[in-house]
Structure formats: structure tokens, C-alpha cells
Ligand binder design. Sequence first.
Ligand code: NDP
Length: 500
Amino acid sequence: MNSLDLSRQQLQGSQFLSERRVGNVIDGASRLPLSGRWLPVTDPATEVVVAEAPDSNAADVEVAVASAQRAFESAAWRGLRPADREKLLFKLSELIERHADELSALETLQSGKLQGIARMIDVGSGAEFVRYMAGWATKLEGQTLDNSIPIPGPQWVTYTRREPVGVVGAIVPWNFPLAIALWKVAPALAAGCTVVLKPSEDTPLTALRLAHLAIEAGIPEGVLNVVCGRGATAGAALIAHPGVRKLSFTGSTAVGKVVGHAAVDNMARFTLELGGKSPAIVMEDADPSHVAQGIAMGIFFHQGQVCTASSRLFVHRSLYRRVLDELAGIAQGMKIGSGFDAASQFGPLTSKVHFDRVTNYIESAKAEGATLVTGGGRALEAGCFVQPTIFADTTPHMRVVREEVFGPVLAAAPFDDIEEAIAAANDSPYGLAASLWTNNLSHANRIVPRLQAGMVWVNAHNVLDAGLPLGGMKQSGTGRDLGRAAVESFTEVKSVCMAV
Ligand code: NDP
């Protein structure tokens, strides 16, 4: 049975894809695009078009922002008791879990990801994250402050309150379409904001389904709107809209800068979760087998299409060969196949465009003289499958070391002295994540503060928690998703000074 048959089986009973064309969700209802144009949604395992979603233009975005503005101004959402917003978000998380089969099938169909990953991350962690953020609806707080106002006469009462920032424009990429959409939508809604969400044109289906589930949960119309389309048209119109008071973006650094500039033009608030080139440093006291398992998870999980992927590996020379041999064994043993096949451990890349991009990086590494340890080519005859690939003896100037591949390509190099490894790890324009592999507590505590990264793992890689802020230093962005920092970023602090 091929992936399309398997997905049909799993989507049985769902009306969502009964029509080939799936409209935007604006003001609580499905809308055909005013542009009159549609974009194909393709299954990357078969390269077959499985649906069409709107190729929205500025007029579509205008309608969506107007809907979100009305919902914000009507106080139908922000005027609710926080406990009622919390309850509705809990209801949404229940619906996400109840529709786990359907949502994970849609996710695999549009992005090729393994069903296990779709269920665990996009649906499972996504639903948990909504509950985590629902809890914040009742816990946002200001401060009362003692003051030293020198004006005699009245008594002065001073305090701060947190208020929802307004309409949020959320723009998300194709690697974890549902999970990252929820990273934006859940805290925005918990804070009392309303949202216009633009998914990637490659992966719009779960965002649209989410908007329908929000309506079913009882979240008022206009609170969550989804406008599909290309970044250069729908995305550009959304970031330039003066009615949008906060932009929350996850994607490449290049586009993130465009979003940041547009935000400043309107003085909108912005959070940018951008690219990474995350290093892993393996010290001589680490356990090589444990390291190999962890680094394989760090670089091959979801075919390396993870912003925090452990794409640069620095291993103490005494363990270098051993770690590389074990990693190569893991890479060669991975079962490659459709995300719908329960036996698959490694699926396709999300699109043909991305397949070509990753292949190009692999060829550049070969041309620049890196040693190919394993992989280095197409994995299956049809579909966007690339082999898990390891390059050894890479040097700092190589493109595969400097630039984000966003695929299953590891660049490894040995080191002799830890100062050399720390300098190499920090020698990157990016600063999203890093990992350190050691059993020496003193080394761990001394080195963690010196790594230029928003997230540092010790003896692990790619482990997230709803409560732990995620975001980057340097060119990896500004602001944080997840945790308290995320929900507070959807609020304005208002200071109140009262003469009594
Ligand atoms: P892009 O930056 O190309 O796209 C991200 C989103 O922005 C998409 O929805 C895209 O739409 C949209 N977009 C593109 N151009 C514009 C524009 N001019 N104005 C407004 N929106 C626009 O990134 P990818 O989708 O290729 O995602 C991969 C990147 O995301 C990697 O660099 C990765 O590191 C980063 N990422 C970061 C994460 C983090 O937490 N830091 C997490 C996951 C990914 P469309 O796709 O339709 O063009």
C-alpha cells in the first residue's frame, strides 16, 4: 500500500479533504480566496498533488486582519474571564487529541514526516502545549510598586498591568507546521490577543484544520483566522499591515530580517525564531555509544529539518574515530521510507525544492574536500529521499559548516584542546542551540555559560519542554517561544499612577 492509500485509510471519516480545495478560515467560516487563485499541496513521498489551498493576496489578508481586529475590539475574547479563556483552550487541546489520527495523517501527507513524529510532536506535544499556555491565561500579572513621587498632596498608588497587545500576525514554516503554529497561537490566545496565521504554502492543511477545531471548541469567530498563500504575497501583506500589533515569525534568518524591518515600520512588536547551525562538543570523558545515539537523534531526527539540529560535531581526538564509526553504523541501519510506513525511521524531505537545496550542500562539501563517511546521495528512486549523510574532517570555511543545510547532513571535526572546541563552536553567525557531552560536572558548569546559544543541552540534543524558553542569540533571532517569556511577549505592560 502506498502513502496515499495509507493516508486515505487514516483520514476515513474526516470531511476535511472531501473536497480537493480547502479554503481560508476567516471570521469563523471557510472562505474562497478573493484572489481566485490556488496552490497545490504535494505529498513529498510520492510527489502527487493531494489538495489545493488558497494562493491569497493582499485583499484576502485585509479581510482576515479586519476580522481579527473586530474580534479584538468586541472584547468577545479578551473581555472573557481568564478562567473562561483557559477553559476554551483546554477544550481546543482535547479536540486536537481527539483528532490525533486525522491531524497526524494530514501532517504526514503534506510534509512527509514519520507518523510517530507527527503524533508525538505536532499532535501530542502540541496539545500539551495548548494546556500549558491555557494555564497562563489565569496567571498573567502586573506588580504593585512602592514609589518615591515627590509631588506633595495626594497619596500616590502605582502599579502595572499586562494587557493583550492586539492582533497578532503569525508566520510559520513547514517543518513542524502544527506544533509551531500552536507555539504562536496558544500563548497569543491565552493573553487575550486575536490571530491571523499564515502557514507555509507547502504545509497549510493542519493550520486550516486547527482553525476549524478552534471554532468547534467555542473560541469566538475571528479570534483565529488562517490565510494561506505564498510568503512573497500573503506573508508580505500580513507583515506590512498596520492593524497587526505583533508579528511572531519562525523561519529563515533572511526572511526574519524582512519581517523585523516591516514590524519596526509599524512599530509592531516582534519575535523572530530563525535559523541555526548548532554545535555539539564531545569531551574525552563522554561515553561514545551514548554520544552516537544522541547525535544521530540530533541530526537525523525528522531528516535534520529541525532548527536546532546538531549539524556541527566537534569530538575530542581520542574518541573521534569511534564516535564516527558508531554514527555511520546508525545512519546505515536506518530504515528509509514513507512516513506512513510504521517501520520507517527516516522519511523524505518536505519538498522537491528542499531536496535540491540539501543535495546541493552535499555536493559542495564533496567539492570542498570534506571526507564522506556515509550517505551523500539520493536514498530511494522516487520521492524526495536523501541519505543520512556524515562528513568528517570538515574545516571552518566550508559551506556545510557555515550555512544552515536544514537536512540530514553532519559536519564533524576533531579537537585536541577544549578552548579550541569552544572557539569553533562559537565561530558561527548563528546562536540557537548547542550541546555538550561530558560526565564531568565541573566541565559542564564551566563551559555552558561560554556557549553562545539560546539553549544548551548537556548529554542530550533536541529536547524541548513547554516551559523552557526557546530562541536564539546572534543571527538566530530575537525573543523567545515557549515558556512564560512567550506568553508575556503577547502583552503590553501598562503603568498606572493614581493620585488618591
Ligand atoms: P522561510 O523563511 O522561507 O519561510 C518561513 C515562513 O515565512 C513561511 O510561511 C514563508 O511562506 C514565509 N515567508 C517567506 N517570505 C516571506 C516574506 N517576504 N514575508 C512574509 N513571510 C514570508 O523558511 P522555511 O519555511 O524555509 O523554514 C526553514 C527555516 O526556518 C530554517 O532556516 C529554520 O532554521 C527555521 N526554523 C527556525 C525555528 C526556530 O525555532 N528558530 C524552528 C523551525 C524552523 P512560504 O513558505 O509560503 O514561502
